[in-house]
Design a protein around this ligand. Structure first.
Ligand SMILES: [Zn+2]
Length: 280
């Protein structure tokens, strides 16, 4: 945790990024963010975040919170049963998600889905079944997929390939791997989303991976309210703080942060089929 006092830390608006950024992965329905959503979104806009992807962890989460987002049309959605809750991915849940996706044009993807052998809260066999069923749903609906993979990289890659998802729209959310894993994802035609921990001093391997990946395959995310980037580590994460992640990723790519911000935003727009960038 940073030892700096809150008031000594720069706010993200002082980084002066243009308002063209896209947050590719947020849990805005989680507390405390949901309790002050208009203020969270206003701070995001002031920091240059033009659009956001809200990740619903299944049909229940969607039904409970979707109305919160009706006044905020800059937010689009994905929906999927997380591997840590894979037991909830019943036939009823799959049918409910299919109906929601067909009714709500703001749903732009299936996820986060995948495998989590770090927490291992759910039997791996149950996780595999839920992952495969939801990939099938994404194929039926022709929607992009957002992957959650923790301590499961090789098997997640293998399952995606076995099920015919090489060179389909797949986004590796919260990427935290090394150069070899990043290259494997890119070689399969997939994208990587880089979270706040890229700013942590111990994460040299991730920065090396970011440097090695083509810019057109990179997006940025917070995974808020978790994984707050420096210099705000130790506080609740929110989309505005993605600006600090952008500055670090730009450093890895030896690029101007504003250019990196625009490029990763454009990649996310194309990947999820979001509206075009506002005219300058
Ligand atoms: Zn997430």
């Amino acid at each position: 945790m940073s030892k700096k006092k809150k008031q000594d830390r720069p706010t993200p608006d002082t980084l002066r990024l243009p308002c063209v950024g896209v947050e590719s992965h947020a849990h805005l329905d989680f507390e405390p963010l949901a309790l002050e959503l208009p203020a969270v979104l206003a701070r995001a806009r002031a920091a240059g975040v033009d659009r956001l992807m809200q990740i619903f962890l299944g049909p229940e989460a969607y039904r409970k919170a979707v109305a919160l987002f009706h006044p905020h049309e800059q937010v689009d959605f994905t929906i999927g049963v997380h591997p840590n809750h894979a037991g909830e991915c019943t036939d009823e849940a799959l049918a409910a998600m299919e109906a929601i996706c067909r009714q709500d044009g703001r749903i732009k993807g299936i996820g986060e889905i995948g495998l989590d052998f770090y927490w291992n809260r759910v039997d791996p066999a149950v996780q595999r079944t839920a992952f495969a069923a939801q990939l099938e749903l994404a194929r039926t609906l022709e929607l992009p997929v957002v992957i959650h993979s923790r301590d499961a990289h090789a098997e997640a890659v293998a399952m995606l390939k076995d099920l015919g998802f090489a060179h389909r729209p797949v986004l590796w959310h919260c990427f935290g791997g090394d150069v070899d894993q990043a290259r494997e994802v890119v070689a399969a035609g997939w994208h990587l989303s880089i979270p706040g921990p890229v700013t942590y001093s111990r994460n040299a391997a991730l920065r090396e991976a970011v440097a090695a990946v083509p810019l057109q395959r990179l997006m940025l995310e917070t995974d808020c309210p978790y994984l707050t980037p420096d210099p705000w580590r130790g506080t609740t994460n929110e989309p505005a703080l993605m600006a600090f992640t952008a500055v670090e990723v730009a450093r890895c790519k030896a690029m101007d942060p504003a250019e990196l911000w625009a490029a990763t935003g454009q990649t996310a727009r194309e990947f999820f089929g979001l509206p075009a960038c506002p005219a300058p």
